[in-house]
Write a protein that binds this ligand. Structure first.
Ligand SMILES: [Zn+2]
Ligand SMILES: [Zn+2]
Length: 231
C-alpha cells in the first residue's frame, strides 16, 4: 500500500493529537466484543420456546437497524447537525481523511482508534437505545421479544464493528478472504473516495438501504464532482 503524502501527513498529525501512548487497539476491540457476546449469551439463555410471531423480532430488528445505519451515516455523519455535530467531525473530517480509497489499510493496531466507535459512543448506544427499548418490549410485549431484540441489535452492532474493521485491514488476511468480503470491501472503498462519500454507499454492513434509496455506486460511473466538505 502506497500512502499519498497528504494522507500520511494527516495520519501523523491525528496519531500525535488523539492516540495516547497507553491506547491499545486490541483492547479497544476486545471490550465491545466481550460486552456484546456476554449480553447475547445471557439473552439466548433467557429465551424460552419462542413462537413464530416472537421470532419475527429478528428480521424486523435487522431491517430497521440497517435503515438506521444508513440514515445516521448519510445524514449526521456526513452533515454537521446541531447537537450531534461531533459525529460529523469524527467521521467526515477525520475517518475519511485518515482512510481514503487510495489508502484503506490500518498501518498498525493503534490505527483501530480511527475505525472503532469510541467507548463512550458505544455506551451511549447501549444505555439509550438497546436497554430501554428491550425493557419496553420485555414488559409491553413478551420477555422473548425483549431478549430477541437485544440479541439482534447487539449482534448487528458487533457485525458493523467487525466488518468495518475488516475493510480497513489488508485484504489478504484470513478475514479479508472470507466469502463476500471482497464485494463488501469494494462497496466501502468506493464510499471512501471523497468525491463519492457524500452521495453513495452509506451502508457499512449490507447495502440494503443503498439499494432501497438508489445510492449504490456502480463501478463504471465516473466520479467527476469536486470534493465538498462542509464546516
Ligand atoms: Zn471506513
Ligand atoms: Zn462516510
Amino acid at each position: 500500500m502506497t500512502i499519498p503524502p497528504r494522507v500520511a501527513a494527516f495520519r501523523e498529525a491525528y496519531r500525535a493529537d488523539h492516540i495516547h501512548s497507553w491506547y491499545s487497539g486490541a483492547r479497544h476491540l476486545a471490550i465491545p466484543l466481550a460486552i456484546c457476546l456476554t449480553t447475547m449469551s445471557i439473552g439466548l439463555w433467557r429465551i424460552h420456546e419462542p413462537v413464530f410471531l416472537e421470532l419475527l423480532t429478528v428480521p424486523i430488528t435487522f431491517l430497521i437497524a440497517n435503515m438506521v445505519e444508513y440514515w445516521v451515516h448519510r445524514h449526521p455523519m456526513h452533515r454537521p447537525m446541531g447537537p450531534v455535530a461531533e459525529l460529523y467531525r469524527r467521521h467526515t473530517r477525520q475517518h475519511h481523511f485518515f482512510y481514503t480509497h487510495e489508502a484503506m489499510e490500518a498501518e498498525s493496531r493503534r490505527d483501530f482508534h480511527m475505525v472503532l466507535f469510541p467507548g463512550v459512543t458505544a455506551a451511549f448506544f447501549i444505555v439509550f437505545f438497546v436497554a430501554p427499548i428491550g425493557a419496553a418490549f420485555f414488559l409491553l410485549l413478551t420477555p422473548n421479544v425483549g431478549w430477541l431484540y437485544i440479541i439482534t441489535v447487539m449482534a448487528y452492532f458487533l457485525t458493523y464493528e467487525l466488518l468495518h474493521l475488516a475493510y480497513h485491514l489488508p485484504p489478504q488476511t484470513a478475514v479479508g478472504r472470507l466469502p463476500g468480503m471482497a464485494s463488501l470491501r469494494r462497496h466501502h472503498t468506493a464510499h471512501h473516495d471523497q468525491r463519492l462519500m457524500s452521495s453513495h454507499n452509506f451502508n457499512i454492513t449490507f447495502p440494503i438501504g443503498d439499494l432501497v434509496f438508489g445510492t449504490i455506486h456502480v463501478e463504471h460511473e465516473a466520479a467527476t464532482e469536486p470534493v465538498q466538505v462542509a464546516g
